[in-house]
Design a protein around this ligand. Structure first.
Ligand code: RFL
Length: 407
């Protein structure tokens, strides 16, 4: 348990207007928005603070999401340290194709590793805004969600005793493997799922980026991706069979496959380095509809998963968090329930838009290696359209960047 600055609604009261389950980007953003409006909340997190501040994951943030954080006083460090990305590169048929999306749209991406964002958000919530957070909790359970008096219970890591917290609202921000989605009674929500039948070997290399932008390698042997994370660390992806064992990918094989799949005339050589993360992700998506049950509101990966194909998950998590945080503040401080009533529908529009883009992009990335010459042909047609038609390029840029959310 991390001690945080005490404030009048200490845990001894066992009552908080909002309990946030999960201290990822979604939960911490909701919690910060609440504290900025002097609404008390309790954040419950199963992992330690050190663990969540180091867990490597996302890095690409859309401009509207950063503006949303900035408006809520949550982007000072990010704006000082994040890289700005204005182009990406596709490599296929042995050639390089630069896609200069900032020139087309006037918008760019920010690259800021997720653990740094989580570190900033925890510090702001716990140390600046005086928020309560309990790390290392176990066996979180939700109760009476469809009544006006829900509660959340958990096992305290120090005492081993069950604690019960009465609340008005629960924000379910506990990611893809949390308990809040599992607390939804069957038949009251609908969960749509999609399995791509594809795996990605996700790698982090202790090596400087090998090019000055994100690179996508479309190759008959499988997709390969290159994404800068910092001047010292680079993320790479290699398409692999779903469920593959990372042990099948020793250092030499990884770098040989990356060289092969990212090869193109005039491309700079890859900067090789020690592999500090190597895990297989099975590409699948889901969407929960509605994202609400009674007093429980789901946000981020708890409500919807988009495989990292289009780098959208953290952005969607932030979009939900802005709407949920603002909706809870309006309800709890002004009695205005419209934001909460509209919450699910307002989130799901962007969620389904990003799901569709993820599908489209998956076919671009994986069609060439599907073993089906028909799919390989249509993949190349999609790429040639993007690079041959200004209208198609503008449409792709808009989806790749994410439509402005007006935050
Ligand atoms: P998180 O980040 O998973 O946080 C949930 C938190 O809840 C905790 N938790 C619990 N707490 C209490 N009780 C329980 N029972 C709990 N069960 C779990 C967890 O420990 C955790 O701290 O969810 P959130 O906040 O919704 O954020 C979602 C993002 O993390 C996720 O969408 C992105 O990482 C996805 N993603 C990417 N998204 C992007 O927008 N751009 C990217 O470039 C990008 N790259 C990626 C990615 C995800 C990846 N992986 C590992 C799937 C790259 C990778 C490799």
């Amino acid at each position: 348990m991390t001690s945080v600055s005490p404030h009048p609604n200490s845990l001894a009261a066992h009552r908080f207007p909002v309990v946030v389950v999960g201290a990822g980007p979604a939960g911490l953003t909701v919690a910060n928005i609440l504290r900025a409006a002097s609404v008390d909340c309790l954040v419950l997190e199963t992992e330690t603070r050190a663990f969540i501040e180091q867990r490597p994951r996302a890095g690409v943030l859309e401009e509207w999401a950063v503006r949303g954080l900035q408006q809520r006083g949550l982007a000072d460090t990010l704006l000082e340290r994040a890289q700005v990305h204005e182009e990406c590169e596709f490599r296929f048929a042995g050639e390089r194709y630069r896609f200069a999306y900032a020139g087309l749209t006037g918008h760019h991406h920010f690259v800021y590793p997720q653990p740094l964002l989580v570190t900033d958000l925890v510090r702001e919530y716990a140390e600046v805004r005086g928020g309560d957070v309990r790390f290392g909790v176990r066996d979180v359970e939700l109760h009476d969600l469809d009544t006006a008096r829900p509660s959340v219970s958990y096992t305290c890591p120090e005492t081993g005793r069950r604690q019960v917290v009465q609340t008005d609202f629960v924000a379910g921000c506990d990611g893809a493997r949390g308990v809040t989605r599992a607390s939804l009674p069957p038949g009251r929500v609908h969960i749509s799922r999609h399995d791509y039948g594809i795996g990605w070997l996700a790698l982090l290399a202790e090596a400087p980026p090998s090019d000055d932008c994100v690179v996508f390698g479309i190759h008959p042997d499988g997709f390969a991706g290159h994404m800068a994370r910092s001047p010292e660390v680079t993320r790479y992806y290699l398409e692999c069979p779903p469920g593959d064992d990372p042990e099948n990918w020793p250092h030499e094989r990884v770098w040989a496959e990356l060289r092969q799949r990212l090869t193109a005339a005039g491309a700079p050589p890859l900067n090789e380095g020690r592999l500090i993360e190597k895990r297989v992700l099975d590409m699948h998506n889901y969407v929960v509809e509605p994202m609400r049950f009674g007093r429980l509101f789901l946000a981020g990966d708890a409500a919807h998963l988009t495989a990292p194909i289009a780098a959208k998950g953290m952005n969607l998590a932030l979009h939900d968090a802005f709407l949920l945080g603002d909706g809870l503040v309006a309800h709890l401080t002004k009695g205005d329930g419209s934001g909460l009533n509209d919450y699910s529908e307002a989130c799901l529009g962007r969620v389904w838009d990003y799901q569709e883009f993820s599908q489209w992009l998956s076919e671009v990335y994986h069609g060439a290696s599907s073993g089906d010459p028909y799919r390989a042909g249509t993949t190349l047609a999609r790429l040639r359209r993007v690079f041959g038609s200004p209208t198609a390029a503008a449409a792709f840029a808009e989806q790749y960047l994410g439509k402005d959310a007006g935050f």
